[in-house]
Design a protein around this ligand. Structure first.
Ligand code: GDP
Ligand code: GDP
Length: 449
């Protein structure tokens, strides 16, 4: 399982965005049907080279619009501030050098900066288009680094090796992080735009059973998490101090909020996205929901400030929900809740929904039952003929190989030939017929060995 957050840093024009596109490209097929993908891409998902359906998040710090400012990395400017935060939140940093341009004083500054942080950093010289090292590359040895990968993002050379190196580093990070987990408690992240009502919700969730609340050191550096109890089970509200503090920073720029949200999604078992009834779901909210779905994390959408909607009747919520689900396209199975902190309405339902999601997330179905459903689904809707092979995909059997996220492996004759639409159909049937509720399901198709 590969997961985590990677930040790409480096001077302008070294090829960060090109590399970002190269690394995330394989994921396009999965996200094309999702909201907000046409926007300038600042972050994305890289699917694991193991093809086990896992993946990690990656931030392109070159995606922050005002590139010129970046020329003075240590000047106090917002682009640098965002890069600094991306580095701070990242599990692994990928620093890109330009093998055509050679060493630049700003490269040296950035390397020194990273050294001080004791972060896991992978250095890569980009624009090595041919087999030969460029003369400029020798200059990089001055930096005294253990290893410098080389690649050509434009020509897709060395990118695979780099992708493997990133995953190796992430694995090391994940290995050490597990010990910091809170004894099997379900970890909840509250995300959403500033002023959506996150801290108000947090206060209510903690306030209602104050005696059961305790603050503990967070899983990431310098954060405070809060443990609460619901139905005798422990839940951890991640980075509670951050939620309260975040407002100040994220007012400045949404980019900062996004970085924090990416981190929260990585660390959480369940993601609660808070939006306001009057403003609705922003593209950014939808993209974050989409990213959580890519990571197979259950998401609860809370439409807060429901009190602001005037003249409500019995249809208002239903219609609002339909609009919302339309916006969410193929991740519309996420549960939606309408709340008001002001009137204290349905806030208590948040934990109820979270509990239902957590149960589904951890659910295991018997193999026999799973295969009944597979058989029926295929019988009711047979896959299309594969023209070039002049045959149909044959499904042999299915097994659930793990929970959190529930993961089903389907064995078949020609896994590579199944249409995406058919995969979606089977996934939907599994979710519905096996009552996985509103949690994302990971379904992997494997050919005969
Ligand atoms: P960023 O500012 O660091 O995000 O850099 P970009 O990805 O925008 O790339 C800057 C320029 O370098 C563009 O013109 C790219 O086409 C070019 N470039 C990126 N990667 C390579 C590469 O591997 N080889 C060559 N020759 N050019 C590249
Ligand atoms: P955060 O930035 O997401 O943590 O948002 P806050 O919890 O600080 O709330 C922002 C503002 O919205 C505050 O003035 C709250 O009092 C207000 N607020 C929060 N929840 C509600 C609600 O349900 N209805 C209304 N009308 N206002 C709310």
């Amino acid at each position: 399982m590969n997961q985590g957050l990677v930040a790409i840093v480096g001077r302008p024009n070294v090829g960060k965005s090109t590399l970002f596109n190269r690394l995330t490209k394989t994921n396009n097929a999965i996200i094309h049907n999702r909201p907000g993908v046409t926007r300038d891409r600042l972050y994305g998902t890289v699917t694991s080279v193991d093809e086990d359906g896992s993946g990690y998040s990656i931030i392109d710090t070159g995606g922050f619009e005002t590139k010129d400012l970046y020329y003075q990395p240590f000047a106090k400017n917002i682009v640098w501030e965002q890069t600094e935060m991306a580095i701070e939140e990242a599990d692994v940093v990928l620093m890109v050098l330009d093998a055509k341009a050679g060493l630049h004083p700003h490269d040296r500054e950035l390397v020194q900066y990273l050294h001080k942080l004791e972060k896991r950093v992978i250095y890569v010289a980009n624009k090595v288009d041919g087999q030969e090292q460029t003369p400029a590359m020798w200059e990089f040895y001055e930096l005294g680094l253990d290893h410098i990968y080389n690649c050509s993002a434009a020509h897709n050379r060395g990118v695979w090796d780099l992708a493997c190196a990133i995953e190796d580093e992430l694995e090391k990070v994940n290995g050490t992080k597990l010990q910091l987990d809170h004894d099997g408690a379900t970890k909840i992240a509250l995300i959403g735009r500033p002023n959506a009502g996150k801290s108000s919700i947090l206060n209510r969730l903690c306030g209602e059973n104050r005696s059961l609340v305790s603050d503990v050191a967070g899983t990431t550096r310098d954060t405070i998490d809060t443990v609460i109890s619901y139905n005798k089970k422990p839940y951890v509200l991640l980075d509670t101090a951050g939620v309260r503090r975040r407002k100040k920073i994220s007012d400045k720029l949404e980019g900062l909020m996004v970085i924090k949200s990416l981190r929260a999604i990585e660390d959480a078992d369940i993601v609660v996205i808070v939006i306001t009834a009057d403003e609705g779901m922003s593209d950014q909210d939808a993209r974050l929901a989409s990213l959580a779905a890519d990571k197979y994390k259950p998401v609860l959408i809370v439409v807060n400030k429901w009190d602001l909607i005037p003249n409500k009747d019995s249809n208002t919520a239903r219609e609002y929900e339909l609009d919302l689900r339309e916006k969410l396209a193929d991740i519309s199975y996420f549960p939606v809740l309408f709340t008001s902190c002001l009137e204290n309405k349905r806030i208590h339902k948040i934990l109820q929904e979270v509990e239902a999601l957590a149960t589904a997330y951890d659910k295991r179905v018997p193999t026999a039952r799973l295969n009944e459903v597979l058989e029926r689904a295929v019988h009711e809707h047979t896959p299309a003929l594969i023209r070039k092979l002049n045959k149909r995909v044959k499904f042999y059997y299915a097994t659930q190989v793990r929970t959190m996220p529930p993961t089903i492996v389907v064995k078949c004759n020609v896994a590579g030939e199944i249409q995406e639409s058919y995969k979606r159909y089977l996934t939907k049937r599994f979710r519905k017929d096996l009552e996985f509720g509103k949690t994302p399901l990971r379904v992997l198709f494997r050919g005969k060995k």
